[in-house]
Design a protein around this ligand. Structure first.
Ligand code: ADP
Length: 256
């Protein structure tokens, strides 16, 4: 998209002329379009749980509360949807803080074992509940430079996804190691996998391969967008390999 500005000029000898200045405003328009789409997406994502909350609350008020079984079932839905709404709002706030650079990253030296072992412990219980085999593999202990809270968010998001998209009986491995001047962290699952054509888009905000499945597992569609931003603010890179029906591997690498 080209915007043209014409300015008349008056030369002393040659009479009148025109200066044309051409601006390529394609990037600006693209940004505007992205922003409008984002607002539309956010509104839609917020509206869905709110509509469901209102619906179930109204049904309870209309008399469903008199049946104890139905009451419990509806209250459970209301509870689950409120949690999802809360998570969505908190993810949105995180994303906007990261994108406007209001979330300062404080890189501090920490031993990789003391960084990752507690994270593995926090998910162990849930893995058992979901009948998933979970293993932590740390070849050696070494010092890395990370923002502990933000880095934990990266790992927890990846592990939560692995848990959501791996059926019972599957396995999940979290590992880390170093090679030359870089260190890496990997989350490998034996889950449903991601079709090749979706792989380039999974880090986009609200992009999901299967909307219903993501919603069912309480996903917000923002987890990987947050992960990607946080990895980049740690000067790292994220890579994904996946095969449908076999599983998915996320590999993160950072400078040492
Ligand atoms: P969500 O909240 O929907 O999980 P994310 O941003 O975390 O959103 O992930 C985006 C999409 O990428 C998911 O909806 C899912 O389709 C796909 N995905 C992410 N991690 C995995 C995984 N480990 N296995 C299979 N699919 C995954």
């Amino acid at each position: 998209i080209i915007e043209v500005n014409l300015t008349p000029i008056w030369g002393e000898k040659d009479g009148m002329g025109v200066v044309a200045v051409l601006h390529d405003i394609t990037p600006i328009r693209r940004l505007e379009k992205m922003r409008t789409e984002f607002v539309a997406n956010v509104s839609h994502e917020l509206k869905t749980p709110v509509t469901s909350l209102r619906g179930f609350a109204e049904t309870l008020l209309d008399g469903a509360a008199e049946d104890p079984e139905m009451q419990r079932e509806f209250l459970e839905i209301i509870h689950r949807e409120s949690l999802r709404l809360e998570r969505l709002i908190s993810d949105l706030l995180d994303l906007s803080k990261i994108e406007s650079r209001k979330m300062p990253i404080q890189l501090e030296p920490i031993r990789v074992k003391s960084l990752i072992q507690p994270l593995a412990q926090t998910v162990e219980e849930e893995m058992k509940k979901k009948e998933l085999l979970f293993r932590l593999e740390l070849e050696e202990d070494f010092t890395v430079e990370v923002d502990k809270d933000r880095f934990s968010q990266i790992v927890i998001n990846l592990l939560a996804n692995a848990m959501s998209y791996t059926p019972a009986g599957g396995s999940i491995v979290l590992s880390a190691g170093r090679k030359e001047d870089r260190w890496w962290l990997q989350v490998v699952d034996t889950g449903i996998g991601i079709p090749e054509e979706d792989l380039p888009r999974i880090f986009e905000r609200f992009y999901r391969v299967d909307k219903a499945r993501s919603r069912e597992s309480g996903g917000t569609g923002l987890g990987l967008a947050i992960v990607k931003h946080l990895v980049e603010s740690h000067h790292g890179e994220i890579q994904v390999d996946s095969q449908v029906g076999k599983g998915t591997t996320f590999t993160l690498t950072f400078p040492l």
